[in-house]
Design a protein around this ligand. Structure first.
Ligand SMILES: [Zn+2]
Length: 655
């Protein structure tokens, strides 16, 4: 019994992690406290028994039972802490199991002091510790991933071999059956009442396609997909994922890894074949049921939805249906955890550029422009620019359309107008000016009148920060001129134009080295010795780590056009080429150069940079059609398109 207890304590304590340390500290304090009291009250406290094992007639303390008592306490503290967190994670009656693990054990550990026969006291404590733990494991295991089962023979073997391994003894432990997929649970949350949610949930769980539906979401979560499109086509059910802003067919292992050791042949990943119609339709029926898509009670405004728990983390999902010419699509949008960087550098900006931006943001007046190509959005960068301003010292207002849903930035007062009700942004600006703000911000500047007024204010005494859609920093300047801003006014107030381009990062596990092409060496002005290789995407179509996508997450490239030469050039009505030369003279490094610099570091591939800049040449319209930035919008999927061939949105997908 004791040996088993030690094994279990070892396994469970590994899980308890930091909280275990806390428990140990608490117990240590308790131990020191009680023994100090005991030492102070010599007559009241039972004297130490001369026998090691049992107490003497007067109820004195025997050393061995006392040591055991503390061992039980430590083991119990570790496992009960784990039960608290684990039951909350799987939602298995957390309060009930907390009570079951705490009260019997505390009672038995006190009783153990009074029972004259110390062995019985020890046995009682062991039972009070193990029985609730064992009962909990029986209720828990069916709800947890197979690889996480506890109190099973395999788990005890693993825990024991792990313990031996730590002591330097190598034993073969049973391998965990793990497909590498995250554990998902589907939860009905879209109904008005808990009873109805339960009804939908039970109905869905009883349907034959339940496991297939779970697998669908498991695959999507493993691929870090934010949108799943299930398309009922003639040859079966096609599943597409949007990952890092790029929509493409879901991916699967085509040929599993062969061989062993160093000669191991890598897994080959390819677009997943269409699902069998019966399986696919079964899964769709389950998802529709759990989301209550067929229940009449859903109000028109609200999309059908449910929640998927991925490894214990809740991710609300929305389910919508759309009929295309040839098929019917089910679109599931998974809410992604917000990406909240603390400073510009975390987005991929160089320290020098970030310092320059902060410097410009500290100026009293002028116009600062943040831009990105259409359909990729730069709201994170815009927020970060705003966060680098002195919002606590100056009054900031933000002119916003009430239909747009931007995260509010602390200390920036939103002044809203309703474009759908026919209100113009200029009216909101006029209202905002009554309070004499010192800085004005607005996103997605399109309104000519607003732009004209903002430039006037930037020339007067306000700091103005705007975002707009443009392919690069100088295109943004041109866009302002096209809005009818007089060149001389713009030249006078322009502090800087910052442009952002998102680029996917190569998977660090499967990206492969590639000898640096001579043209690139020439471009970098380096020799083959200085830069022997760059990286390319896996020729095997990816790996398990990137779920066959070859890329993981994104970073942003930036260019900042700012300086007196540029302002002079703007005033002089020069053409685009001269404007660029002027900006470069002021220290701008063009986006394409930034891209190549990133290739040289091995962060991404040359193909990816070429893809991103090819999209620019297609005038943004194509980029827009291939990407999905609006939840629920249709990702255009070309059959056979590998995920390495279309553009992306927003940084932040960090694994
Ligand atoms: Zn990979």
């Amino acid at each position: 019994m004791v040996l088993r207890g030690v094994r279990m304590a070892a396994g469970a304590s590994a899980m308890a992690g930091r909280s275990r340390q806390l428990a140990v500290v608490v117990i240590a304090c308790w131990a020191v406290g009680t023994h100090a009291v005991a030492a102070g009250a010599d007559d009241a406290w039972p004297r130490v028994s001369p026998e090691w094992l049992s107490r003497d007639a007067g109820g004195g303390i025997a050393i061995l039972p006392l040591v055991c008592w503390w061992v039980w306490i430590a083991a119990w503290a570790a496992t009960s802490d784990w039960v608290f967190r684990d039951s909350a994670r799987f939602k298995i009656r957390p309060e009930f199991w907390a009570a079951c693990t705490v009260f019997p054990f505390v009672a038995c550990s006190l009783i153990a002091w009074w029972i004259p026969w110390s062995a019985a006291g020890q046995a009682l404590m062991a039972l009070a510790w193990l029985v609730p733990l064992f009962l909990y494991s029986r209720e828990r295991n069916p709800k947890a991933p197979p690889a996480e089962s506890v109190c099973t023979i395999a788990h005890l073997q693993r825990a024991f071999s792990g313990l031996l391994k730590r002591m330097g003894v190598k034993v073969k432990s049973p391998s965990i059956v793990d497909d590498g997929l995250p554990w998902v649970t589907l939860v009905a949350t879209g109904a008005e009442t808990p009873e109805e949610n339960k009804k939908w949930q039970d109905e869905a769980a009883a349907m034959p396609g339940f496991e297939a539906a779970k697998k669908l979401l498991q695959d999507a979560a493993a691929a870090r997909s934010s949108t799943i499109v299930i398309d009922a086509a003639a040859d079966g059910i096609r599943v597409a994922h949007e990952v890092d802003g790029i929509a493409g067919p879901s991916r699967a292992v085509k040929t599993p890894a062969k061989g062993s050791g160093k000669t191991k042949q890598a897994e080959v990943w390819a677009d997943a074949p269409p699902l069998d119609a019966a399986i696919g339709n079964g899964a769709v029926a389950v998802l529709r049921t759990i989301a209550g898509a067929d229940a009449a009670k859903l109000s028109g405004e609200k999309d059908a939805g449910f929640t998927v728990e991925v490894d214990g983390k809740k991710r609300p999902c929305r389910l919508s249906t759309r009929a295309t010419k040839t098929s019917k699509q089910i679109i599931i949008t998974l809410e992604t955890p917000p990406f909240a960087p603390k400073k510009l550098e975390e987005l991929g900006m160089s320290g020098a550029m970030a310092a320059r931006v902060r410097e410009l943001m500290a100026l009293e007046k002028g116009l600062f422009v943040v831009s990105s190509p259409p359909a990729t959005g730069c709201s994170t960068t815009f927020d970060m620019v705003l966060l680098s301003t002195d919002r606590l010292l100056r009054d900031f207002v933000s002119i916003e359309d009430s239909s747009s849903h931007h995260q509010e930035v602390q200390n920036i007062k939103p002044v809203r107008y309703s474009a759908s009700a026919g209100e113009v942004p200029l009216a909101a600006l006029k209202a905002a000016m009554l309070e004499y703000p010192r800085a004005i911000v607005t996103r997605d500047l399109l309104d000519k009148d607003l732009a004209g007024k903002l430039v006037e204010l930037a020339n007067d005494q306000q700091l103005v920060i705007v975002s707009l859609q443009a392919t690069d920093a100088l295109d943004a300047v041109q866009k302002l001129i096209d809005m009818g801003i007089p060149r001389d006014q713009l030249a006078r107030c322009l502090l800087g134009s910052l442009s952002q381009r998102l680029i996917r990062k190569l998977c660090t596990k499967c990206g492969e080295p590639l000898p640096t092409p001579p043209e690139l060496l020439q471009r970098f002005k380096k020799t083959a010795e200085e830069l022997p290789e760059i990286k390319r995407a896996s020729p095997h179509g990816g790996c398990r780590f990137c779920a066959g996508r070859q890329f993981i997450g994104r970073t942003a490239l930036y260019e900042l056009a700012a300086g007196p030469t540029l302002r002079q050039a703007i005033a002089q009505q020069v053409d685009a080429k001269v404007l660029k030369q002027a900006a470069v003279k002021d220290g701008m490094r063009p986006l394409s150069d930034e891209g190549l610099a990133v290739v040289a570091t091995g962060l991404t591939s040359l193909d990816e940079v070429q893809r991103v800049f090819a999209a620019k040449k297609e005038a943004g319209a194509v980029a827009g059609s291939k990407t999905v930035s609006q939840p629920g919008a249709k990702p255009v999927i070309k059959p056979g398109t590998s995920p390495g061939t279309s553009p992306g949105t927003g940084p932040g997908t960090k694994k």
